[in-house]
Design a binder for this molecule. Structure first.
Ligand code: AMP
Ligand code: TRP
Length: 339
């Protein structure tokens, strides 16, 4: 049997659970923008079904869904060149997610480190959805036969699970139906850390607002947060190797590099030996220069929620055109009767 050839197609998603951070921007959205172009068909999603794996206030969830959409648009996702939509408007995601719940093994889910981190001591009290969510994520990706998935480092294990699910489905039903998706995890921004503790990831849900930059922060707040960011007393080293045991310093260099489309090496070459009194203001200026136009545009877009909703609706129609025939074939393969 000849192997099918899958057209290069990118899929990725962001949860509307709170505001967008600099981690989301550099680790995800900015890279999504860069992948738009002739090489790939690009599909970007606001994964609202994933958000409710933990409690979300309904009105706040709708606002957060629009805000993630506004973040995508303001950063340069073009809804003509890419397909941009929210997950719940394409019900095929939930349906393929169910098929995959019956393919994935409990033993596989038990190895998911993000679940263990999030559930913590309270593993008995979290939702079943939080446990099953990597299988819905696999459905998000494979519903479009996506070949490439740009994500931050924290999602690597989930994309690997997606490959395991595709392989088991193909093997069990003796088909070559789902592709082996490649995770795209590269560049200096794969894991942006908390500004107060360089060993923890910058996230939407950390306790203090000072530990993250939000995409909607104004210039003064961005400058203040970088100024107060934790560092060590040493100046910047002569080489990137000198950053190895200095998580906070490494993080600020990585942020600078990602914002400026440079490598960490290039930043170190320019700032070798510089003290924080020189580097932090330069970083704050750069962040403001890059983020201020985006946050201004996000605010403008959020003033017209109906227009965002129309954009997402049109995207959902286009997404469904791809998703529907793939789900149908998956149902046929599995043996679901169609009258
Ligand atoms: P989430 O906000 O958890 O839905 O994450 C959406 C995307 O942003 C995923 O691809 C994450 O890997 C990425 N992301 C979130 N936080 C960070 C971070 N601190 N550094 C790099 N990427 C991140
Ligand atoms: N699980 C991802 C996160 O928490 C979000 C996500 C859901 C996703 N479905 C996806 C990312 C599909 C890439 C592809 O960040």
């Amino acid at each position: 049997m000849t192997k099918p050839v899958f057209a290069p197609r990118v899929f990725s998603g962001i949860k509307p659970s709170g505001g967008l951070t600099l981690g989301n921007y550099l680790g995800a959205i900015k890279r999504f923008v860069d992948m738009q172009g002739p090489k790939f068909e690009t599909i970007y999603c606001v994964v609202d079904l994933h958000a409710i794996t933990v409690w979300q206030d309904p009105a706040e969830l709708r606002t957060a869904t629009r805000e993630v959409a506004a973040g995508y648009l303001a950063s340069g996702i073009d809804p003509e060149r890419s397909i941009l939509f929210n997950q719940s408007q394409v019900h095929e995601h939930a349906e393929l997610g169910w098929l995959f719940n019956c393919v994935a093994r409990v033993g596989w889910m038990n190895r998911m480190t993000q679940f263990k981190d999030k559930a913590g001591e309270n593993a008995e009290g979290v939702s079943l959805g939080l446990y099953a969510y990597p299988s819905l994520m696999a459905a998000d990706i494979l519903l479009y036969h996506a070949t490439h998935v740009p994500v931050g480092e924290d999602q690597k294990q989930h994309v690997e699970l997606t490959r395991d699910i595709a392989a088991k489905f193909n093997h069990d039903y003796k088909v070559d139906f789902f592709p082996m998706t490649t995770p795209v995890i590269e560049g200096p921004a794969m894991r942006i850390m908390n500004l107060r503790d360089g060993t923890k990831k910058m996230s939407k849900s950390g306790e203090s607002d000072m530990e993250r930059i939000n995409m909607t922060d104004d210039a003064d707040l961005i400058a203040k947060k970088f100024k107060k960011a934790k560092t060590d007393p040493e100046p910047l080293p002569e080489t990137v190797e000198g950053l190895a045991a200095r998580p906070e310093a490494k993080n600020l260099v990585d942020i600078y590099a990602a914002l400026n489309d440079q490598t960490a090496e290039q930043v170190i070459t320019e700032y070798a030996g510089a003290g924080w009194g020189r580097f932090k203001p330069a970083l704050a200026d750069l962040a403001v220069e890059k983020l201020a136009p985006i946050s201004t545009e996000m605010k403008r877009l959020m003033d017209d929620p109906a227009e965002i909703d129309r954009t997402l609706g049109r995207g959902a129609d286009r997404a469904r055109e791809i998703a529907q025939p793939i789900l149908r074939q998956a149902y046929d393969i599995v043996g679901m009767l169609r009258s």
